[in-house]
Design a protein around this ligand. Structure first.
Ligand code: MRU
Length: 353
């Protein structure tokens, strides 16, 4: 990704810090957050200064590698275990989190001594990030074959650069196609309550020079029903063996309406998002976040200061599931680094992390 002429990744490791683009500051400011302890890394994931399944995974992997660098020799194992548990407890739905921590953990277990374990942890975390970039680029190439000049694509939440290490999943096909000269138009669901669509996807598309319009979440059905949308592409937080997909709350209803109106609905995800131990979507844990995310909305005041504004009456209560599950029957195809599959049960066993 390039922001104002400067190349960035969403998250990266420096010698004493995990660095990331602070998604609380976006789209109003580009700020780099430097995190020096695994506890700070865990807090950044929990509070969604970094979010999106693979970006969470890469951040956690770097956080565990950071913990391994600073863990004292006489308490190495206990310190690294505590870091692993702390990072695992941040967000329950995104499969990449567990996959990435497993990879770093296995690399350390295979090392012969503490100093080799420190080196292995960094190498495994870096490899997870590199694999994600390569997978997303491949997803972009495969997904671009679905796109034609002049198409309108609907997407939900943010599954672009900022949800990965680079490129994105749902947005990568658009980026590849646009760089080849296709003129595309994107309808961006605002994605209440945290507005990842309005804040992050719209901002990314501006930087990629792709025409986009933000729509209220409630408007998607109207546009799907009135012929305004050619194709839907979304990302995934976890894909079950039968092809069911957990993704940002609201994905399910978009998929049902797309199906009802005969509009293709694709899910784009790297191998690290597939959970081979999860038979169906019913087994995917769904995160429920603080009700204040629904009761208030954050933004920029006229004087340029950021503020949260309450939008519900005092005493009102809210429910805030962060994800829902879209059954495989509503999904036209799964775009992966290996290609596009239209048959759910066959893809999971063939896509090994
Ligand atoms: O709560 P978030 O912002 O982390 O949720 C992100 C999403 O639901 C994305 O669509 C998903 O991670 C796919 S992008 C890899």
């Amino acid at each position: 990704m390039t922001i104002d002429g400067h190349p960035y990744r969403t998250v990266w490791l420096e010698h004493d810090a995990v660095c990331l683009l602070d998604q609380h500051a976006l789209p109003f400011a580009v700020e780099v957050l430097r995190l020096h302890t695994y506890a700070e890394v865990a807090a950044a994931i929990r509070t969604m200064r970094v979010r999106g399944a693979p970006a969470i995974g890469a951040t956690a992997a770097f956080g565990l590698a950071l913990a391994a660098q600073s863990a004292p020799e006489d308490n190495f194992l206990a310190t690294v275990r505590a870091a692993d548990q702390c990072l695992r407890a941040t967000r329950p739905t995104a499969q990449d989190l567990f996959h990435a921590l497993d990879r770093v953990g296995h690399a350390m277990t295979a090392a012969t001594d503490i100093s080799a374990a420190r080196v292995a942890a960094v190498a495994a975390a870096q490899q997870f990030a590199e694999d994600n970039v390569a997978a997303c680029r491949a997803i972009g190439e495969h997904g671009a074959t679905l796109l034609r000049d002049g198409m309108t694509v609907l997407t939900h939440c943010n599954a672009g650069w900022l949800a990965m290490v680079d490129w994105g999943t749902a947005l990568a096909p658009l980026y590849v196609a646009a760089r080849r000269g296709l003129r595309l138009h994107v309808l961006v669901d605002e994605t209440r309550p945290r507005c990842q669509g309005a804040r992050l996807t719209a901002w990314e598309l501006q930087h990629e020079g792709i025409a986009a319009e933000i729509i209220a979440d409630n408007a998607a059905g109207h546009f799907l029903h009135t012929g305004a949308v050619d194709l839907c592409i979304v990302g995934a937080d976890r894909v079950a063996v039968n092809g069911d997909v957990a993704n940002k709350i609201g994905t399910y209803e978009k998929a049902v309406v797309a199906h009802e109106n005969g509009i293709p609905f694709y899910v784009a995800a790297p191998a690290s998002t597939f959970d081979h131990a999860c038979p169906t979507g019913a087994a995917i844990p769904i995160e429920e976040r603080d009700q204040d995310e629904v009761l208030a909305i954050e933004g920029l005041l006229a004087d340029g200061t950021r503020a949260a504004v309450r939008i519900a009456p005092p005493g009102a209560r809210a429910r805030n599931p962060a994800f829902d599950v879209t059954p495989a029957r509503y999904i036209t195809g799964w775009i992966t680094a290996q290609g596009i599959s239209t048959i759910a049960p066959t893809i999971a066993p063939t896509i090994k992390p």
